[in-house]
Write a protein that binds this ligand. Structure first.
Ligand SMILES: [Mg+2]
Length: 321
């Protein structure tokens, strides 16, 4: 397995598709842990009270109630019951809030919970209280992969597709959805299961070896690799230290700008000079995210439609097609 930068850059050049994890990869773990989750928990009561008659909220409540009944049947430890529809609105909301807080304290990833969290976050993004965190190097990399290198970019995260779209649609670097071809969540399976990556390959409709998966979790990289994908491990500031052995098994990158040098070098024969890898985008690393988001907006490239394919390629690269 490739474990140096040159090899991984070659893989990026060869692969048509980049599959990206979010938490710890495009986005700081602390954003999810210290911003998103507390926001949902702090606002769940107020949200339910004000949005009780909203159809989406009603659906989420039905799903949570169904889950609570299943949990009770299975005698899940600590399960919090939700009063039935005939109870007062106040009692139902109190039960729902307690149930949601219990689920969140147990770090559950149930669909019903995510459904309600997603709605709370949506409101937070819409009223400007939340901006999706992305590292400074993410937007330039997406822009290059999509617009210059003609690659496709997909997201695979345990966060729901809806939550993914909110994060990238209203990110610190602006709307990044125009660079993203599709989203996967745990509806395709858990992130450490080989079958999930096989399902993604099938859904995208490509060969496994055409995909490079980037993640901060070695076990996810391993599952992807066992499904035939390429995988690299991302080591971001604030991530947990990587297990010692992973450095030998997978290429480890610190920033996406390490992977965006390829197009500059396509016509250059002297590939063995790592200094050339650093293209000018790399100075984004030292900017604050606010600086970067405003400057990035200014140099917005022509929009790339999500359904577009090779016609958007601006650089000939026979290895990508
Ligand atoms: Mg992650």
């Amino acid at each position: 397995m490739a474990n140096d930068l040159k090899e991984i850059i070659d893989i990026v050049r060869k692969c048509k598709i980049l599959l990206l994890d979010i938490e710890g990869t495009t986005t700081s773990i602390s954003f999810v842990k210290d911003k998103l989750f507390p926001y949902a928990e702090e606002n769940v009561k107020k949200f339910l009270e004000s949005q009780w008659d909203n159809e989406d909220v009603k659906e989420a409540v039905i799903a949570l109630r169904k889950l609570a009944l299943e949990d009770q049947e299975k005698k899940v430890e600590g399960v919090v019951a939700i009063p039935g529809e005939n109870s007062s609105k106040e009692d139902q909301i109190e039960g729902l809030v307690n149930n949601v807080k219990w689920q969140m304290s147990s770090d559950r990833k149930e669909g019903a919970l995510k459904q309600l969290q997603g709605l709370i976050w949506k409101q937070g993004y819409e009223n400007g209280e939340i901006k999706g965190h992305v590292y400074d190097d993410v937007m330039p990399a997406l822009e290059q992969w999509r617009s210059v290198d003609g690659q496709k970019v997909y997201i695979y995260s345990s966060g729901s597709v809806q939550a993914q779209k909110l994060l990238f649609g209203q990110s610190l670097a602006g709307d990044l959805l125009k660079f993203i071809d599709g989203h996967f969540d745990t509806a395709v399976g858990a992130k450490q299961e080989v079958s999930s990556y096989k399902a993604i390959v099938e859904k995208i409709g490509c060969a496994a070896e055409e995909i490079l998966f980037l993640t901060d979790i070695v076990k996810e990289a391993e599952a992807a690799k066992n499904a035939g994908l390429y995988a690299a491990v991302v080591s971001r500031e604030g991530n947990a230290p990587l297990p010692e052995e992973s450095a030998n098994s997978y290429p480890v990158i610190k920033t996406f700008s390490q992977l965006t040098a390829s197009n500059k070098r396509k016509t250059e024969p002297q590939e063995e000079q790592p200094a050339k890898v650093a293209k000018t985008d790399i100075n984004d690393d030292v900017k604050s995210s606010t600086d970067s988001s405003s400057s990035l907006k200014e140099k917005e490239v022509e929009p790339v439609k999500n359904d577009s394919e090779s016609k958007n390629m601006e650089v000939d690269d026979e290895s990508c097609r």
